[in-house]
Write a protein that binds this ligand. Structure first.
Ligand SMILES: [Zn+2]
Length: 304
């Protein structure tokens, strides 16, 4: 018995790509704010700001333009510029809604001719063209959300519409498939290493992503393992051991600054890990090494 080498989804290509895309998004947002702030410093009165916003619009920079329109619309005292800015924001809201509808129409078109089974990847893999259409549509949804984020009337409306779309099973099946497949890969690596015990917990995580096709496959593996009491006992022992490894690691990180807390954690390992396991032997040794420092800390706490 033992735990398999710690493969995790964090090392998969899927996860790295998600991380990189989040980085790009954060950088793009910071750039928008910087451009807006620059223009606000450069142009001080309402009319000049409106002109700067129109120039940004002409360059396709809706994000910066809408943010400037917003500050002009809210500026006091009220001038002709306020009215104009408000009108421009209304126009932008209509434009954003139209774009959202266009994406919805494309999704409806892509679904034409596909049965529910096909859209959910039941009995066969998801059709590649469907996957591409859904992925592209949601990338576009994100883009519309980003682009019109500065239009106050629209912001909540866009986000909640896209969130609702995401929940629809035919889209969720495509959108969660990447993560589910990455987890399946990790689980199968555990199986190849002869650690069905470790695989069980990863299958379970993947199964939570139903209706993704790989998640349905994972759910089958989960029920297969759960029907086997011996495998389940191994899986539970494995999880216990994994948690002991984590406790041990935390104890090590605390050993210098908080020896008495480290001793507590190591004692927990000694209660939970099987005596023949490596982590038990390591904890047993460390607890004796750290004990004097812990006792010292304890007495200083009681008699400062
Ligand atoms: Zn295991």
């Amino acid at each position: 018995m033992g735990t398999s080498a710690s493969y995790n989804v964090g090392r998969t290509g899927y996860y790295q790509a998600a991380l990189a895309s989040a980085d790009r998004l954060a950088a793009a947002r910071a750039a928008v704010i910087a451009r807006q702030q620059y223009l606000m410093r450069e142009f001080l009165d309402g009319a000049a700001r409106l002109e700067a916003a129109e120039r940004a619009m002409a360059n396709g920079d809706v994000q910066v333009a809408s943010r400037i329109f917003m500050t002009v619309a809210r500026a006091r005292p009220v001038t002709a510029a306020n009215q104009q800015a408000r009108q421009r924001l209304d126009e932008l809201a209509d434009e954003g809604r139209r774009k959202l509808e266009q994406v919805g129409t494309r999704l409806t078109q892509a679904a034409q001719g596909l049965g529910t089974d096909q859209r959910l990847g039941i009995n066969a893999p998801l059709p590649a063209t469907w996957q591409q259409a859904v992925t592209a549509a949601f990338a576009e949804y994100e883009q519309v959300c980003e682009q019109y984020d500065g239009v106050p009337k629209l912001r909540g409306e866009l986000r909640s519409h896209v969130a609702q779309q995401r929940q629809r099973p035919e889209f969720a099946a495509v959108l969660s498939e990447g993560q589910a497949a990455a987890l399946m890969e990790v689980a199968q690596q555990h199986v190849r290493d002869d650690h069905a015990c470790c695989a069980y917990w990863v299958y379970k995580e993947a199964a939570a992503l139903v209706p993704a096709p790989s998640a349905r496959q994972a759910a089958l593996e989960v029920s297969r393992i759960e029907a086997d009491p011996q495998l389940m006992a191994a899986a539970r022992a494995c999880r216990e051991l994994q948690q002991c490894h984590q406790l041990y690691k935390r104890a090590e990180s605390l050993a210098q600054a908080w020896p008495n807390r480290a001793v507590e954690l190591l004692t927990e390992v000694l209660h939970r890990a099987p005596p023949e396991s490596e982590v038990y032997r390591a904890a047993d040794r460390r607890v004796r090494e750290i004990a004097p420092a812990a006792a010292d800390q304890e007495s200083r706490r009681k008699h400062p």
